[in-house]
Design a protein around this ligand. Structure first.
Ligand code: AMP
Ligand code: GLY
Length: 424
């Protein structure tokens, strides 16, 4: 069977490598892909949100399943597009339709969903420019820090955490009245600040049955000690040591089960991943956010720990018999360290030749922002590669990742040397 993966990051390279292990797959295509996927699959240079271009690729290459990496095509309705097209409607798409993708596409919708279905989350209210004064009044009922979230997709930048009430009021006004985040901040969710340690739990569901995938913790800030600007993610670790069985049981009972049941009650036929961002406050889970896809770089530690055939699991999602599929995970720890372009997450240069990654033996080098120019592998994005290793402990895995990184070079390479610092 031929399979198409949409996306171009480390996450998609990890999907591709994992799916390659399945003997049920004939040809693998990635659109648009990167220099890493180019080595192991067929890259096709189209934009994943150009659905007519996706259709052309699917028909031309006899694709029989589409796996969607990023959220944008899901929120824009790629799954709905397939179902509405006579030539595509029987080709399964791994990823929710528009109605399910709203869990990520609208913070207001996802908060309403959690409240309605009893999923623990921070107390909140939503505001627009029409009730800005009520927003100010609600802020006055909260204690600092204040959490303001643009309702719509804002490229991971739409959440503000502010220490002063005055600043929170000013920013609220900027968001709703002056469209600080464009249309995404027409509505703003204001919520209570949650204390605790953050982690992510990933679920694969066919709409009725689910598998809970390994948990992971990512490191979002550019600087060591979790300082500086937010990034897409500088590293990740799986499993998360403080997420013990008792905590994960609570997550399953209090979060995963009501989420899946809630989707069914609301007639949302959800086939794909749910990425649950959680706060662990003294052993009690509270949901920070849902994403409707896998995380990046979390995928680069979650997928390598899965021992089962991922394609077989995806067939279970498509055929709604995920409960019949075997699922196992290694006990080993996986760590990944992300190599970025100097300057990222602000301005950075591209087209720097990358060398040495082919000599890495004790880690998996996932490509993210890489491409091929004149036969050379060069940088093509802020996040360039994710270097994943296994170990019996976090320390052992990280030592391997850092040894492997020493072999890789390009102009202005940057990475955090302290991934996992808070866990070891
Ligand atoms: P989100 O895009 O909703 O994941 O928010 C981005 C980040 O802001 C999260 O990963 C948290 O670190 C932080 N955050 C969001 N909401 C809250 C909250 N209610 N309390 C504390 N931190 C939060
Ligand atoms: N690493 C966080 C995300 O994928 O959203």
């Amino acid at each position: 069977m031929n399979v198409l993966i949409l996306g171009s990051g480390g996450r998609e390279h990890a999907f591709a490598l994992k799916l390659k292990e399945s003997n049920k797959i004939d040809q693998l295509f990635v659109a648009p892909g990167n220099a890493g996927t180019d080595k192991i699959a067929n890259n096709i240079n189209i934009n994943p949100t150009d659905f007519n271009a996706v259709k052309k690729v699917v028909l031309e290459h006899a694709i029989k399943m589409v796996v969607v990496g990023p959220e944008a095509p899901l929120v824009a309705g790629v799954h709905d597009f397939f179902l509405a097209d006579d030539e595509l409607k029987n080709i399964p798409v791994i990823g929710p339709k528009k109605d399910g993708a709203l869990l990520e596409g609208s913070k207001d919708f996802s908060k309403q969903f959690m409240q309605k279905h009893g999923v623990p989350t921070a107390r909140y209210q939503s505001f627009t420019k029409d009730n800005l004064q009520d927003g100010f009044a609600f802020l006055e009922t909260l204690a600092p820090p204040y959490v303001l979230k643009a309702d719509g997709l804002a490229a991971g930048k739409g959440v503000l955490i502010l220490n002063s009430l005055e600043e929170a009021k000013t920013e609220l006004e900027e968001m709703v009245s002056n469209q600080k985040f464009g249309a995404a901040s027409t509505t703003v969710v204001i919520e209570e600040f949650l204390k605790g340690i953050e982690l992510s739990v990933f679920v694969l569901t066919d709409g009725k049955n689910y598998k809970i995938l390994p948990s992971a913790k990512d490191y979002k800030r550019i600087g060591e000690g979790d300082t500086g600007l937010n990034t897409g993610g500088m590293g990740a670790i799986s499993p998360v040591p403080f997420a013990d069985d008792a905590f994960l049981n609570k997550v399953e009972e209090l979060v995963v089960k009501p989420t899946i049941a809630g989707l069914q009650k609301d007639n949302i036929d959800y086939r794909g991943f749910i990425f649950i961002g959680l706060m662990n406050d003294n052993g009690n889970p509270s949901v920070v956010e849902y994403n409707v896809r896998m995380g990046d770089p979390e995928t680069e530690v979650v997928l390598p720990r899965i021992e089962s055939d991922l394609f077989d699991l995806f067939e279970g999602v498509a055929n709604q018999n995920l409960d019949t599929k075997s699922f196992s995970v290694t006990d080993k720890t996986a760590t990944t360290v992300v190599l970025v372009s100097g300057g990222y997450p602000e301005a950075y240069q591209k087209d720097k030749e990358i060398t040495g990654f082919n000599t890495v033996e004790e880690s998996i080098v996932y490509h993210a922002g890489t491409t091929i120019k004149e036969g050379k592998v060069v940088t093509n994005g802020g996040r360039v590669m994710a270097v994943t290793s296994f170990g019996n402990t976090i320390e052992e895995a990280l030592e391997k990742s850092y040894r492997s990184i020493d072999k890789i070079s390009y102009d202005k390479i940057n990475y955090r040397k302290d991934i996992g610092f808070d866990l070891v």
